[in-house]
Design a protein around this ligand. Structure first.
Ligand SMILES: [Fe+2]
Ligand SMILES: [Fe+2]
Length: 645
């Protein structure tokens, strides 16, 4: 009971003056927006006004707001004309006669300066300027403590400071950020004035006279009923949030943009250069690839030309033509080329390149003495007197290389025509010399092979003479068979190599008769069946004799079948029709024709007409029908030639 009475007593003691008081007198700065200010309609509005409404609601204690000039508010508190002063910073001086509640709002304060003034970052930087400040503002002491050399221009309220700044009275002022932001927006000066980073921060409090604990308790008790979030949302409602961007950020963004632009510019420049380089490199690569293809093409031609050197069967004219083709291709600067055969002092053209009709007129007829100086004569030794008179020779030719071939039996003129800007160079002369060497090798090789061939020819002919001595009926037979065989082969347009083989086959086809008894071979009477069987071994023996000589192996094969028949009744193997090699079939018909037209002790020689009939009879049985026709044609030509006209 005693406890209850004590609490009641304390309560009455503490709140007595206010339990019956009409209201709490709160003095506040009438011009401290957005906390308190008079709006356009003349009403007092702001954060503090709303705060006190909320406070009334929560505590049930009435509040009387007294908006006055800040200096006046200060005096009223000193004179105890009000219970509470609103939104006040705590300073050492103020603590001497005021008691403060817990803090309400955090307030940062900064330097504001005309944007045209650069390099203002701190209080130290504003010494040269007159600094606008509100009378009695706590920021005065704070700023002086950091820079005692500051010079102030005092204004009664924040509104006047900003107006003074707008009119150019001051270029710098220090102010709490929330009201500063409010006025700069109001007077449209936000972009004319820049702000530094806050140089201090403080808290706004409520305060009452020193020692007035009852009011202090009421205030703190009321504040505890209002949440921090509610205070925050009040501030947000009245402030336009302007995010602070330090100066260096703007510059950094500018420099970054510039850097990005430069990087993009240089990258695109680099890209273009790279593209150009790639395009140039691609073109060069294409060119070198084409050049390489041309070079490979030339190398193949050189191989072909060199292989021609060893191809003894290639006719001389064909070889020279190939040389000329190659020269034309190797020297693109050449306009024309002529292959001459040189007989005495006379040049006879064999092949002409690069001229149309009438080239002789153009080349050989018109006098031009200057030409001699331009002749690049390969191998100047011992040329016939023809070349002494060259000045009488050329028209339309500016320069030429004369390329001698085969001990100067042939000459090739390589010409550059008048009007062509090209000239022969040392390299061209070297190339021409190289051609001359190739040609010389061709002829040397050819001569060597010819000599070898002649040697072999002689040996075989010696053998044949031995055979003819042994078998007198074969005298001249082989040579005649060779003649007819070649005629047939030419009618069939067989290649030179086949003709050559056929020639040799014909010469040696009966060589195996050496193995047959001389008695049987030279027997004047018709042979008995047994004797004939002996004779029949000669094709096989011929083959045996020849096949061991490598060069004659193919000939041996042809010779083996020269007594085979179209109908398959021949010997030694009984082959028929196309089973028999073509060359052997040709030999067979030539052989048969010579036998028909030769005289034997047991038979007379047939006339050509009779031979035709005989061949016709044997065609399709003994002889190849197609070859028979050709043979008959040849015989008819012979008859025609022999018939006196
Ligand atoms: Fe024979
Ligand atoms: Fe024969």
């Amino acid at each position: 009971m005693f406890k209850i009475l004590l609490i009641l007593f304390l309560f009455i003691f503490l709140f007595f003056p206010y339990l019956f008081a009409e209201e709490l007198k709160v003095v506040l700065d009438r011009d401290y927006p957005p906390f308190t200010y008079i709006d356009e309609k003349g009403n007092l509005v702001g954060i503090s006004v709303e705060f006190w409404k909320l406070w009334e609601e929560r505590t049930g204690i009435k509040v009387k707001l007294i908006p006055v000039e800040w200096t006046k508010a200060y005096e009223m508190m000193k004179n105890k004309e009000a219970d509470v002063i609103d939104t006040i910073f705590k300073t050492e001086e103020r603590k001497e006669y005021l008691d403060f509640t817990k803090p309400l709002f955090k307030m940062t304060s900064s330097i504001y300066h005309n944007s045209k003034l650069h390099k203002i970052f701190s209080l130290d930087d504003i010494t040269p300027y007159l600094v606008g400040v509100k009378e009695k503002d706590a920021l005065i002491d704070i700023s002086l403590s950091k820079n005692p050399n500051l010079t102030f221009r005092f204004y009664k309220n924040y509104s006047d400071i900003v107006k003074g700044a707008e009119m150019g009275e001051i270029n710098v002022f220090i102010m709490d950020d929330i009201p500063a932001n409010f006025y700069l927006i109001k007077y449209d000066l936000l972009y004319k004035f820049s702000k530094t980073e806050p140089f201090t921060f403080n808290y706004l409090y409520l305060a009452t006279q020193k020692g007035n604990t009852s009011i202090l308790n009421i205030l703190n008790n009321g504040l505890s009923k209002i949440k921090a979030e509610e205070l925050e949302s009040l501030v947000k409602k009245y402030t336009v949030v302007e995010e602070y961007h330090p100066k260096w950020l703007g510059r950094a963004i500018l420099y970054t943009l510039l850097a990005v632009f430069l990087i993009i510019f240089f990258l695109s420049l680099f890209n273009r250069t790279l593209k150009r380089q790639v395009s140039i490199a691609t073109t060069k690569l294409k060119e070198s690839q084409e050049e390489l293809e041309r070079a490979v093409g030339r190398i193949w031609k050189i191989f072909a030309l060199i292989s021609d050197l060893t191809n003894i069967k290639l006719r001389e004219k064909l070889f020279l033509r190939r040389v000329l083709d190659f020269v034309m291709e190797t020297f693109p600067k050449i306009n024309s080329a002529i292959l001459f055969i040189l007989k005495g002092d006379e040049l006879k053209p064999l092949e002409v390149y690069g001229f149309n009709e009438g080239w002789e007129e153009k080349v050989l007829k018109v006098k031009d003495p200057s030409i001699l100086e331009k002749i690049n004569l390969i191998n100047k030794r011992d040329f016939p007197s023809f070349f002494q008179n060259l000045e009488d020779s050329f028209e339309n030719i500016e320069e030429l290389i004369i390329l001698p071939i085969k001990e100067k039996e042939y000459v090739i003129f390589l010409n550059i025509h008048k009007g062509n800007k090209e000239n022969f160079t040392e390299i061209d002369l070297n190339l021409a010399e190289w051609f001359e060497n190739i040609n010389s090798r061709f002829y040397e090789f050819r001569n060597f092979v010819k000599k070898e061939e002649t040697f072999l020819n002689r040996i075989i002919l010696t053998l044949l003479r031995a055979l003819e001595y042994y078998d007198k009926y074969t005298e001249g037979h082989s040579a005649r068979v060779a003649k007819y065989a070649i005629e047939i082969a030419e009618k069939l347009n067989l290649p030179g190599e086949t003709i050559r083989k056929l020639y040799w086959s014909a010469l040696v086809h009966d060589i195996g008769k050496i193995y047959v008894s001389q008695r049987i071979l030279n027997k004047p009477e018709r042979l008995t069946k047994e004797e004939y069987e002996f004779v029949k071994i000669h094709p096989v023996k011929s083959e045996e004799l020849l096949k061991d000589i490598e060069e004659l192996r193919e000939i041996a094969h042809i010779v083996r079948y020269h007594h085979e028949r179209w109908d398959g009744k021949g010997y030694p193997d009984g082959l028929s029709k196309e089973e028999i090699p073509l060359e052997s079939r040709i030999l067979a018909i030539a052989d048969a024709f010579d036998a028909m037209t030769s005289e034997r002790p047991y038979k007379r020689a047939l006339t050509l007409k009779e031979a035709i009939k005989e061949i016709e009879r044997c065609s399709g049985s003994q002889l190849d029908p197609k070859l028979s026709e050709i043979m008959i044609g040849i015989i008819k030509e012979e008859i025609f030639e022999k018939t006196p006209s």
